[in-house]
Design a protein around this ligand. Sequence first.
Ligand code: SF4
Length: 74
Amino acid sequence: MKYTGLTYRPPFEARSLLLQVTAGCSHNRCAFCTMYREVPFAAETMEQIEKDLREAREYVPNMTRVFLENGDPR
Ligand code: SF4
């Protein structure tokens, strides 16, 4: 699995697969938030996402939840 920088997830996603679909945050201007200040925003490549999903299927085949990371991944 590929992760860029620190990984954040809500407590209720503790049992979810953490799948990186972006690095950083596309907005990155909220005054109260410093989570991704040092990480330039970038969308993950579809090739990498598919690679991570294949790897996850191998190691956690019964996973039913996926949390898309990182900041503002729309
Ligand atoms: S991660 Fe969320 S809270 Fe932080 S700057 Fe981006 S949009 Fe704002």
